[in-house]
Design a protein around this ligand. Structure first.
Ligand SMILES: *Cc1c(COP(=O)(O)O)cnc(C)c1O
Length: 451
């Protein structure tokens, strides 16, 4: 008798809760503390609204992602996506953990350098690199990810001016079964453009062709799309080996892993539907390990994960300004947090939790911000207990993109604090002042009122 293979059963928790036609109640317990620090104390000391970053959560999430990949693949390197959150202290937590920097502009590139990241640990992505940017990147031995032929021709033109061979990769776009396809960045795989770019790079003999890169989208809910992407990148690597006997040193699968936020219009919560790091790692590493790439030449796997590494670490504390009834009788709560501070409110059903004890009675509430604009809505309808003016709320999972896409609109941007692993809060970005904002403005002489 042949012994059947045993497959371990798995149990997955579904937090569906009691939902009504207005969706799910967001929380059942108040959030009175963040990493051991009382929300009320934070507000007293730093004001409201207030961004709070948990250093502990960043390190824990990073360790989870690293473990998921390193247990499955021998050579893994993360590169922190600056545009996801480029507050310097946040970047440096990732750099301390071993992350390189992934930047998409000169502004971000210079930030990485001034944070102390060595040039040869910076990946320079993006369609907009000037000739001067490229010279700097070559001098610093950074990895230049070429986005289009015009950039390649510019590089071919300037490469000889340098003693060191520029280290380059190309960005590849492709059909991974997810639509709309992100085909405006990089060279297309299916129509042969990516292969042509690689041929031109090899034939020019001017470059150290170090890697092949893709970034297939963001908040990707299908882990298998990464298996397709890895297959196509591996295919290019194998063809390079065959035709030029060239081994590339890395494949960069980009970012795009979903965080645990809940997308607008989704019935189930993000914590139940977003793939885990293990799911993504399984899809990518299995493909690479099973590919035709020789085992001794397996490239380093680079990941530019942004959102999934930082979303959970960020919270936004706010205060209730007022309660009102809309003309149809619906309850409305106005917070001091507007979409200028919570850009992701346009995509996510953010979890809003009172920061003090509340009654079990809840009411369907529309939550607005303080801006004089109709679009300034944080939640269209959410079950919340009644709160009074001055009460605090905590909006969770806001670490990704809000501290970069925020706007200085109508109000000044508030402080950002980081709570370290010993439960001590540090100001990592101060609140803006009128003087700081207007210091960039210039008043023409004839318009001065107080001469
Ligand atoms: C934005 C971006 C990332 C990070 O994407 P996430 O969806 O936040 O993981 C990585 N690589 C490139 C090239 C990007 O533009």
């Amino acid at each position: 008798m042949v012994k059947e293979n045993f497959e371990r059963p798995i149990i997955k928790k579904l937090n569906i809760g009691i939902s009504s036609k207005f969706g799910m109640k967001t929380e059942f317990e108040p959030i009175t503390h963040l990493d051991g620090v009382a929300v009320k104390d934070l507000v007293k000391e730093h004001g409201s609204p207030l961004y709070v970053i948990s250093e502990k959560t960043i390190r824990k999430t990073y360790a989870e992602a690293k473990r998921a990949f390193e247990t499955r693949y021998p050579k893994v390197q993360f590169a922190w996506s600056y545009k996801t959150n480029y507050i310097d202290a946040v970047c440096n937590v990732f750099h301390q953990e071993g992350s390189w920097a992934e930047v998409v502009s000169r502004f971000e590139y210079d930030k990485a350098i001034s944070n102390g990241v060595p040039g040869n640990k910076i990946i320079f992505n993006g369609p907009d690199k000037t000739e001067d940017d490229l010279h700097t990147a070559i001098d610093n031995n950074s990895y230049i990810h070429i986005d289009h032929f015009d950039e390649l021709y510019m590089l071919i033109d300037i490469a000889d001016k340098h003693k060191n061979k520029p280290k380059v990769a190309i960005r590849v776009n492709m059909d991974t079964g997810i639509y709309p396809m992100w085909d405006r960045f990089g060279f297309n795989y299916e129509n042969g453009e990516a292969w042509e770019a690689l041929n031109r790079i090899m034939l020019s003999k001017k470059f150290d062709l170090a890697g092949i890169h893709c970034h297939i989208g963001t908040f990707m809910l299908t882990a298998s799309a990464y298996a397709i992407a890895a297959t196509k990148l591996a295919d290019l690597a194998i063809n390079l080996k065959r035709k030029f006997n060239h081994n590339i040193s890395y494949l960069d699968l980009g970012g795009g892993f979903a965080s645990k936020n809940t997308l607008k219009g989704s019935y189930l919560l993000g914590i139940d539907t977003s793939p885990s790091f293990d799911d993504y790692a399984e899809a990518i590493t299995t493909t690479l390990i099973n590919s035709q790439i020789e085992p001794e030449n397996l490239p380093v796997l680079i990941l530019e994960t942004g959102r999934a590494l930082i979303d959970d670490a960020g919270s936004l504390i706010g205060s209730v300004i007022a309660n009102k009834k809309l003309s149809d009788g619906r309850r409305t709560t106005i917070l001091d947090i507007g979409v200028n501070l919570l850009f992701t409110a346009f995509w996510y059903e953010h979890k809003i939790t009172p920061a003090q004890d509340f009654s079990q009675h809840t009411e369907v509430t529309s939550v607005y911000g303080p801006l004089c604009m109709n679009i300034d809505q944080i939640r269209e309808s959410v079950s919340l207990p009644p709160m009074k003016r001055g009460d605090n709320v905590v909006i969770s999972r806001i670490g990704a993109y809000n501290m970069t896409q925020w706007m200085q609109f109508i109000t000044l941007r508030p402080r950002v604090v980081m709570i370290d692993t010993k439960e001590k809060a540090h100001v990592i970005r101060d609140h803006e002042t009128n003087a700081a904002i207007t210091s960039l403005e210039r008043m023409p002489e004839h318009l001065k009122l107080n001469k």
